[in-house]
Design a protein around this ligand. Structure first.
Ligand code: SF4
Ligand code: SF4
Length: 387
């Protein structure tokens, strides 16, 4: 029998389960992401609900729009809407005029079969989307929607560099914010600096991608061997989740679960979710794991973008990042499929060896040579060890 843990959250200080259900990866009945397997997904939600998960996080675009509808239907049939908290997100990138704010919120309320959204986020803010909706008056609009009861609390989710995060945090008295964060991404996007900065301003923090979209779940041998040296018999997933929960600045983490087994595994992990529970030796083991993953990264690209623009418009850091990640997280097949969708004239093979980028790279990467390697692995069927 597991006991869900709760932490206070937002301005309302509601008690929210440390595990939130991310409603973006429900099982499907076929290849179409909008065709949710409702029978299996009902079972998963049912199990989460019975085991104390009270935070359900969806968004306008999840499952091609079908996630909000499905979540709304589940809770309408289930009853007890007042006992759970629904978070959904405003599709900031679709905004054309200020009329869109009401348009999307009202559509979302209808799909979710509810009169109010407990936690409403401005979705996936980056510099451009933030400036656009800010200048269209999103904050004064949201205050009206809170006053008329359609929104209970306002937050935002974020995907950009730290300075943009700080700017957004400082722009409003937010109730909560959601960032991508895991033991590998401590310096990516908002990172640990953003987590601590926002928390110091009284903003409750939600962590998404705690297992890096599943990439930390099946570690390569070197990492698995390190985990095996621990005194605990924890899975790689449990380590990733406990590392997040350990931090006092985190209110809850979201897991985008796709099977009932994953729900059971995550609920069992939540049973042990306490702040400050990891020992010094646990932290040093996580550091060793991070170093081991990073040692698999073969191109020392820091994503500084000084090399851009490329003469033929290849997105150099993006290709290098994708190459490194495929090696680190064992996702080569998936990455090759993604690479095949990049326009041919922007793939690595399009490099004309002009060398202009190389004079600008602070890491002194021989970029044109690396492009040959990227092409050989991503399009030529070679293994990483062969290039
Ligand atoms: S060497 Fe290749 S990657 Fe670099 S700028 Fe020239 S074409 Fe682009
Ligand atoms: S300049 Fe070098 S390190 Fe910076 S993004 Fe380009 S390849 Fe990467």
């Amino acid at each position: 029998m597991t006991t869900m843990k709760y932490r206070t959250f937002g301005k309302s200080k509601n008690k929210i389960s440390v595990l939130g259900f991310g409603c973006m990866r429900f099982p499907l009945i076929d290849e179409d992401s909008s065709h949710i397997d409702e029978e299996k997904s009902n079972e998963m939600l049912d199990y989460a609900l019975k085991n104390g998960v009270n935070y359900y996080d969806t968004a306008y675009p999840y499952h091609g729009g079908a996630s909000e509808k499905f979540v709304g239907k589940f809770f309408a049939e289930q009853g007890g809407r007042e006992k759970i908290y629904i978070a959904t997100k405003y599709p900031s990138w679709l905004t054309k005029t200020a009329d869109d704010f009401d348009h999307y919120l009202n559509e979302q309320l209808e799909k979710l079969q509810t009169d109010y959204i407990d936690y409403y986020l401005l979705h996936a803010l980056n510099h451009d989307s933030w400036v656009k909706i800010r200048d269209l008056g999103v904050l004064s609009w949201a205050e009206k929607a809170m006053a008329d009861g359609r929104i209970r609390e306002l937050g935002f989710s974020f995907h950009d560099k730290y300075p943009v995060f700080e700017e957004i945090v400082d722009a409003y008295d937010w109730s909560f914010a959601q960032i991508q964060y895991n033991y590998m991404d401590i310096e990516e996007q908002a990172g640990i600096k953003g987590l601590q900065y926002a928390a110091s301003k009284g903003i409750s923090m939600v962590v998404m991608e705690p297992i890096r979209g599943g990439r930390l779940a099946n570690p390569p041998k070197g990492v698995a061997d390190l985990w095996a040296t621990s005194r605990k018999e924890s899975s790689a997933v449990d380590w990733a989740l406990q590392w997040v929960w350990d931090q006092v600045e985190v209110s809850l983490l979201l897991s985008g679960m796709s099977t009932l087994e994953q729900v059971k595994e995550n609920v069992a992990s939540a049973d042990n979710a306490e702040t400050g529970q990891l020992s010094e030796s646990d932290h040093s083991l996580v550091e060793k794991v991070r170093d081991e993953y990073n040692s698999l990264s073969t191109i020392p690209c820091t994503d500084c973008k000084y090399c851009l623009p490329c003469t033929v418009e290849i997105n150099i850091p993006r290709l290098f990042g994708m190459f490194n990640e495929a090696r680190m997280y064992g996702t080569l097949e998936e990455t090759r499929k993604w690479y095949a969708r990049v326009d041919e004239d922007k793939q690595a093979a399009a490099c004309i060896d002009c060398d202009i980028c190389e004079t600008k790279c602070p890491q002194h990467i021989i970029i044109s040579d690396m492009m040959l390697k990227v092409d050989a692995v991503m399009a030529g069927g070679k293994s990483f060890d062969e290039v």
